[in-house]
Design a protein around this ligand. Structure first.
Ligand SMILES: N[C@@H](CCC(=O)N[C@@H](CS)C(=O)NCC(=O)O)C(=O)O
Length: 221
């Protein structure tokens, strides 16, 4: 049995959940309040971060390493291209979303609006919220530019790059922080990925005290 220690709105955990679901791997989800630094949790991952995937006796950490491991060990459907150049493009975009986008946008909006309250760390800092709300526009424009040239973000087939992007955007959509009217190509891309069966469990996530808006789970948003 596979077990995933996760937190529902964590984009890194969402990327792993999408990969597991797309590969039709059954998983037991265990919600981890990682900021409480439970010693049991720190034994599983001394870095104190989610996701942590338990496969047999092994605990695996780092979402990108986990997703690529899953792609290598369960090859169908493939989520990484075969040639090295295209694989580089997928990894570049995964890092773009998990690093740059996360720093500039996800952490500024999701952390301020949701996590601070859950973790008891006070009120949102409006400067951060404003900065995240400005930066997301440039990222949506960049995605739109990519999608003018490709059917999916990294090329003409769906890859982990799409999962990385959709994981961040879906977590932000949970708090209505994505303007889907900014770019029609980005909206179409999200509608395509959102309608996949693998996405369904993410759309039923609920965070106590933060009910999702009606459009969050709506496939016709
Ligand atoms: N590079 C890691 C990042 C994981 C990460 O930062 N997860 C957040 C939750 S969204 C976390 O656990 N943060 C706790 C911390 O940084 O101490 C990955 O891809 O798995």
């Amino acid at each position: 049995m596979i077990r995933l220690y996760h937190f529902p709105l964590s984009p890194f955990c969402r990327k792993v959940r999408l990969t597991l679901a797309e590969k039709r791997l059954e998983v037991e989800l265990v919600e981890e309040r990682y900021w409480e630094q439970d010693p049991e949790f720190l034994r599983r991952n001394p870095a104190g971060k989610v996701p942590v995937l338990k496969m047999g006796a092994r605990f695996m950490t780092e979402s990108q390493a986990i997703c690529e491991y899953l792609d290598e060990t369960v090859p169908s459907p493939a989520l990484m291209p075969r040639d090295a150049e295209s694989r580089h493009e997928v990894r570049r975009l995964c890092a773009w979303f998990d690093d740059t986008f996360h720093t500039q946008v996800t952490s500024k909006l999701l952390y301020e609006r949701v996590y601070k309250k859950i973790m008891g760390q006070g009120y949102p800092d409006s400067r951060n919220v404003k900065s995240g709300a400005t930066r997301i526009k440039y990222h949506l424009d960049y995605m739109g530019w990519l999608l003018e040239q490709r059917r999916w973000l990294a090329g003409d087939v769906m890859t982990l790059a799409d999962f990385a992007a959709a994981s961040h955007l879906s977590a932000l959509d949970y708090i209505s922080d994505v303007d889907w009217n900014r770019n029609a190509l980005v909206k179409d891309w999200y509608a395509k990925i959102k309608s996949r069966p693998a996405f369904r469990p993410l759309l039923s996530d609920q965070i106590a005290g933060f009910p999702p808006p009606a459009h969050y789970a709506d496939l016709d948003f």
